[in-house]
Design a binder for this molecule. Structure first.
Ligand SMILES: *[C@@H]1O[C@H](CO)[C@@H](O)[C@H](O)[C@H]1NC(C)=O
Ligand SMILES: *[C@@H]1O[C@H](CO)[C@@H](O)[C@H](O)[C@H]1NC(C)=O
Ligand SMILES: *[C@@H]1O[C@H](CO)[C@@H](O)[C@H](O)[C@H]1NC(C)=O
Ligand SMILES: *[C@@H]1O[C@H](CO)[C@@H](O)[C@H](O)[C@H]1NC(C)=O
Ligand SMILES: *[C@@H]1O[C@H](CO)[C@@H](O)[C@H](O)[C@H]1NC(C)=O
Length: 411
């Protein structure tokens, strides 16, 4: 009885407070069409760029054959602009017949035949952001249609939403009633100035807190800054099945350099963010592919505790930043970011890094430095490229107690 009430008051994740649909226990990883392909619909003019079943199949093929699926990138998600502009006579959504001639069920089965999972986009309004039919007034039909199409992930955008606080939970309930577990990605808070994150976490697996990412370093910095400045409002909502979503990875596109791509991958991993690429996957430049497939960085992102990290320190003008995530087993991941125009040579105290006073083994997750030992209380020196990052895992060195040592000696 005592233990139970202790859990109720102290437990960070109590079942009734979080969505319980069995999926998204770690941040979803995959690919979404928007950032790279947005609403390109003219297939005769842009045959390889347009939102079509060919694009989705080509992406699924590359994800399965070029190592992305093996690294954990599982979901292939079509964003806006997939349906016909009008519903069918039966009121159901119809995929654009020229661009998706085989239909969505065939396409989702194709994606799943590769070992991947399939996702789709809709909007809680009369129209989607790009002007295609939204779910408003057709909620039950559309939820049932997605289940019939064997969809694994639904992104519900918020353009023209009349009342997100009732609409998102209602659509989530309808998805639940289909009996098919689907990741439910909500754009709900991104359209509100004071979102109720408890209500959001109860209804959604992941949610977009802020505006769309763009193909620029400035956009990556803008999102990082916003997440750091506002972290106290939502960081505690993250946990298995529930994650804040700072939006897609720009990595592999023209907008970020290799160093900048490493920053995004590191910070998104500290944030326990969904890792959703939006890029031409096939034949990606090897230096970007290496970042996306970095097993040690992905392991930080996918840590089973699901605890979101914090920006724990910033220097003048927020040019230098320390991001810190607690991992299972007492380990920590620390990203030292320099968004400034010159390389930074800095030395940080345990207090600045928010490390408990103990010795650590320090591993460079981008494999530039040899493994090091940091003694409790020592300063930690880092050199960081301009618009770059150093990303380390700190593993506690456990001192054996005298009792444990004498027990060992007895054996
Ligand atoms: C959509 O993508 C095309 C091609 O990549 C690009 O030229 C265009 O600016 C993008 N539009 C938006 C609104 O992002
Ligand atoms: C949706 O469309 C209906 C029918 O045209 C209209 O009555 C309603 O006001 C619209 N709702 C919103 C939120 O735009
Ligand atoms: C529906 O919700 C119930 C109660 O939270 C949960 O146990 C069940 O797993 C959910 N099912 C699906 C398919 O989401
Ligand atoms: C936020 O949502 C929670 C859970 O649904 C609810 O209990 C609480 O009253 C809401 N808070 C506000 C300020 O509306
Ligand atoms: C910094 O830049 C150099 C030269 O571009 C590059 O070789 C190196 O990998 C980058 N990263 C770090 C952390 O030094």
């Amino acid at each position: 009885m005592f233990m139970l009430s202790l859990l109720v008051f102290c437990g960070s994740v109590w079942p009734s407070l979080a969505l319980d649909n069995g999926v998204g226990l770690t941040p979803p990883m995959g690919w979404l069409s928007w950032l790279r392909y947005n609403c390109t619909t003219e297939c005769d003019k842009y045959p390889t760029e347009c939102i079509s079943e060919n694009l989705i199949k080509r992406t699924a093929d590359a994800m399965a054959s070029e190592g992305y699926l093996e690294a954990g990138y599982q979901y292939v998600i079509i964003d806006d602009c997939w349906p016909e502009k009008t519903r069918g006579a039966d009121g159901r959504l119809v995929p654009d017949q020229a661009r998706f001639p085989s239909g969505i069920l065939e396409l989702s089965r194709y994606v799943q035949s590769k070992g991947l999972k399939f996702g789709i986009y809709e909007d809680y309004g009369n129209l989607t952001c790009a002007g295609y039919p939204g779910v408003l007034g057709h909620e039950a039909t559309d939820a049932a249609t997605f289940a019939e199409w064997e969809v694994d992930y639904v992104k519900l955008d918020g353009c023209g939403s009349p009342d997100s606080d009732t609409g998102y939970p209602m659509f989530g309930q309808l998805l639940n009633e289909t009996g098919r577990p689907m990741i439910y990605s909500c754009s709900w808070p991104a359209y509100q100035s004071h979102p109720n994150y408890s209500a959001i976490a109860k209804a959604c697996n992941i949610w977009r807190n802020y505006g769309d990412i763009e193909n620029t370093w400035a956009s990556v910095v803008n999102i990082m800054t916003w997440f750091g400045d506002n972290q106290d409002e939502f960081v505690q909502m993250a946990g298995p099945g529930n994650f804040n979503d700072p939006d897609m990875l720009v990595i592999g596109n023209s907008g970020v350099t290799v160093d900048q791509a490493r920053v995004q991958m590191a910070v998104w991993s500290v944030l326990a963010a969904p890792l959703i690429m939006s890029v031409e996957v096939a034949g990606m430049e090897p230096e970007f592919k290496e970042i996306l497939l970095n097993k040690d960085v992905i392991a930080v992102n996918q840590d089973p505790l699901g605890k979101q990290g914090l920006r724990v320190w910033t220097g003048p003008d927020k040019q230098d930043q320390i991001w810190h995530r607690e991992l299972s087993g007492g380990a920590r991941a620390l990203a030292f970011v320099n968004i400034g125009e010159t390389a930074a040579l800095a030395s940080y105290t345990y207090e600045q890094m928010k490390l408990p006073s103990q010795d650590f083994t320090v591993q460079d997750l981008y494999k530039e430095d040899e493994e090091m030992t940091l003694k409790a209380g020592e300063d930690f020196k880092v050199k960081i490229n301009s618009t770059g990052v150093k990303f380390y895992k700190f593993l506690p060195i456990l001192k054996k107690t005298e009792e444990a040592l004498s027990r060992e000696n007895e054996i």
